[in-house]
Design a protein around this ligand. Sequence first.
Ligand SMILES: Cc1ncc(C[n+]2csc(CCOP(=O)(O)OP(=O)(O)O)c2C)c(N)n1
Ligand SMILES: [Mg+2]
Length: 362
Amino acid sequence: MENDFPIKMWIDVNGNVQEKEYQEVVTEKRARTFYQQLIRIRTFDRKGISLQRQGRIGTYAPFEGQEASQVGSALALEANDWMFPSYRDHGATMTFGHSLKNILLFWNGRNEGCIPPAGKNIFPPGIPIATQLPHAVGAAFAEKRKGTKNAAIVYFGDGATSEGDFHEGLNMASVFEAPVVFFNQNNGYAISVPMEKQMNTKTIAQKALAYDMPGVRVDGNDVFAVYAETLKALDRARNGKGPTLIEAVTWRYGAHTTADDPTKYRDQKESDRRREETDPVLRVERLMKNQGWFDEQWAEEVKNQAAHEVDASVAEMESFPPADPNDIFDHVFAEPTWQLEEQKQQYFEAKKGVAVWNQQQQ
Ligand SMILES: Cc1ncc(C[n+]2csc(CCOP(=O)(O)OP(=O)(O)O)c2C)c(N)n1
Ligand SMILES: [Mg+2]
């Protein structure tokens, strides 16, 4: 079965273009745009971890290693398309035009973090695994019924494919030919659970067969291959041909979140080896060097510009007051249920208890 779903690659690990015909898409202009975005989101990601370590934001889910999957797919979208991210996909949302400040506010527990810039169809990150898939199908189906050419993309991990929502979403999209792209980032792990312990299939792409839609495997660290395959799937969707499942094969170099220690379940040497060989940023750098497009001074400027933008967004985020715990309870339903009222009371009582305990320690 694995052989039926070969991994598509446009640029190999040494930065060489695989086919002559790709040269039309693999232009200097695109390489620069991709490189710039890859650096931008990596800079943000590293800052996210650093802010969490300093206690300046809450928890944080890093995506380093998965940048090509997120940049390549997001840059294939049209401005009016819909994006449904998970908690690890803010590289994609910021590429699609989300505000960096709001993304940071999200990780700091503030409601504003869920709001995209005006006119941008970006949903808040799906934290309960796979719940965003049926939402994306609904939005795509609504666009189809309205007669537009807009499509939706939904991001999720390998672990999410074990959830009922994954199957319900794919089935519904298939039956109603909804213009949606199911974009899976297979990073090999669902927190500490490796893929082989959670499914017997060797690929995610083959799961598309059950829903009679195309299933495509792509090198998720090759931004050009990801871009080209997503574009193809989006074209198909817009033209009434229905959904596609894309499996971007990738790896996260860091922890699942800042609350996790990956060395407990993964050999760090494996991650180091992969980084050396298949880092998505290095891949574009090697391509640009091979083509004579890489300019050290320009690359320095790109890095400085990214650092400047990220620092400015941190300052903006920090001008907001800390999150209000009432918000967790008050915005779930229009009228709060008794269970929520009870939980809220319990929370504040416990908090009072902690405050008293802290005082006693002083
Ligand atoms: C419905 C549900 N069950 C369990 C969890 C706890 N949980 C958070 S992340 C995660 C693993 C998801 O793995 P995967 O889909 O591969 O995404 P990745 O984190 O690798 O991007 C789990 C089980 C959750 N958030 N939601
Ligand atoms: Mg995963």
